[in-house]
Design a binder for this molecule. Sequence first.
Ligand code: IMP
Ligand code: MG
Length: 179
Amino acid sequence: MHKDCERILLTEEQLKARVKEVAEKVDKDFQGKRPLVVGILKGSIIFYADFIRFLSMPIELDFLAVSSYGSGAVSSGKLKIKKDLDRDVKGRDVIIVEDIIDSGFTLANLKALLKERGAASVTIVTLLDKAERREYDIKPDYNCFMIENEFVIGYGLDYDEQYRHLPYIGILKRSVYEK
Ligand code: IMP
Ligand code: MG
């Protein structure tokens, strides 16, 4: 285990088994469709890569990078898009793949944006859900794990751009961000 980890919350095995289970459910529910699968950079990359490999339907891949101001910070009330989609979402079934839903700001805004651009449907798949922290009215359609209000790293998730490549999800030691 990495020295900055308090403890491991989800092991590689647990992640793999649950991601497979959720992906197979999505695959079943979308049979006959050809969704655009949108990964939110960078946090979702590892989950995204594992998730899509369990899908048997035809899909197209696309990515979005956003910056969220969070709830406490000064916010224009709008989401800032750092890298936009390559594809037009008009009339498309869009599956958003996200690492974690915290306040819900990012996904509430993204969902509204994609709808505004004419997506036929917007489905949210998230790896983690910190439901206790929710401030915006948004619910994932598929969630792999509910977690407590703790700062987690690994499997794509970072703290200050570190730890994304850890193969498990761990709880970050408080001493790392409280110093
Ligand atoms: P929201 O817009 O408040 O829902 O924030 C979602 C984003 O905050 C996620 O996409 C993550 O980038 C980040 N985030 C929230 N909680 C954590 C965490 O525990 N570890 C790492 N990133 C987090
Ligand atoms: Mg993120």
